[in-house]
Ligand binder design. Structure first.
Ligand SMILES: [Zn+2]
Length: 270
């Protein structure tokens, strides 16, 4: 089955991973800007990173027949450096009209600190002022419920933000309804250790339905599985779900959400 991985960090993966993705049916991916595993030292380092996402990864993906899209921001883990964060936010508009850039992300919270909130709100202001889509990271484990509530409160405080132009990612059983019932799109991350397994994601689909929800691998430089989405497809098939239901989650939903950006020039396989 053709699928789209709506959240994967391919700068951290090898060409072998692109080949595995292509062989398993991946036709497009979206890559949010994220933390490199160390704090970058300057705004210029982000300029180079954005160029890598926009110019280089796109070409690397196309070698395997995969269309590559991306999102720009400074990650919440670096938001404690408010000066650097503001320098990066000021630079983002230079890149926002480039092909394949879908919007602002993955912004959000990590430890739910005041500086993270300040930088989150400034990213939201940039996105809202330009009517850009947003992709939002919610915190891990014990910080997730509180962080998700804080994020939704900050989004609601800006009357320009339309919930159907926002994807709230890494939802789990205890946060998915907060996001869906408020009208946002949702992403479930399939991780080998933390976050959702394919079985838990299938349980959530059975409980919440298939509207405005998608699954991703969030593959990065840590322990993660770039082919997690096909494992979810197998899990859903094993439970007897129809191909149409599965296809809606792994292909139609990301396509519909990304299609709200005028720079999503997706060409379906003919
Ligand atoms: Zn990520």
């Amino acid at each position: 089955m053709d699928f789209i991985d709506p959240h994967i960090h391919m700068v951290s993966r090898t060409t072998d991973d692109y080949e595995r993705l292509a062989r398993s049916g991946c036709v497009a991916i979206s890559e949010p800007a994220f933390w490199a595993g160390f704090d970058r030292g300057s705004a210029e380092a982000f300029r180079d990173y954005f160029r890598q996402l926009i110019d280089f990864e796109c070409k690397r993906a196309l070698l395997f027949g995969i269309q590559h899209f991306c999102w720009l921001c400074i990650n919440a883990k670096e938001a404690e450096n408010v000066k650097l964060s503001r320098d990066v936010i000021a630079m983002i508009p230079e890149f926002l009209d480039m092909p394949g850039v879908l919007g602002i992300g993955e912004i959000g919270l990590n430890k739910n600190t005041p500086n993270e909130c300040t930088i989150f709100e400034e990213h939201v202001d940039l996105a809202a002022s330009r009517d850009e889509l947003m992709l939002i990271h919610t915190p891990h484990l014990e910080d997730k419920y509180m962080g998700t509530r804080m994020i939704i409160d900050m989004l609601r405080a800006d009357s320009r933000v339309q919930p159907d132009r926002v994807l709230i990612d890494h939802v789990e059983e205890h946060t998915v309804k907060l996001a869906l019932e408020a009208g946002y799109w949702c992403g479930m991350t399939l991780y080998p250790t933390t976050k959702c397994t394919p079985a838990r994601a299938a349980d959530i689909i059975e409980a919440c339905g298939t509207d405005r929800i998608m699954v991703n691998s969030a593959g990065d430089w840590g322990v993660s599985d770039p082919t997690a989405v096909p494992k979810f497809i197998f899990e859903m098939r094993a439970r007897g779900h129809s191909e149409d239901v599965i296809r809606k989650v792994v292909y139609e939903n990301p396509r519909t959400f990304f299609g709200k950006s005028k720079r999503f020039d997706f060409r379906p396989r003919g």
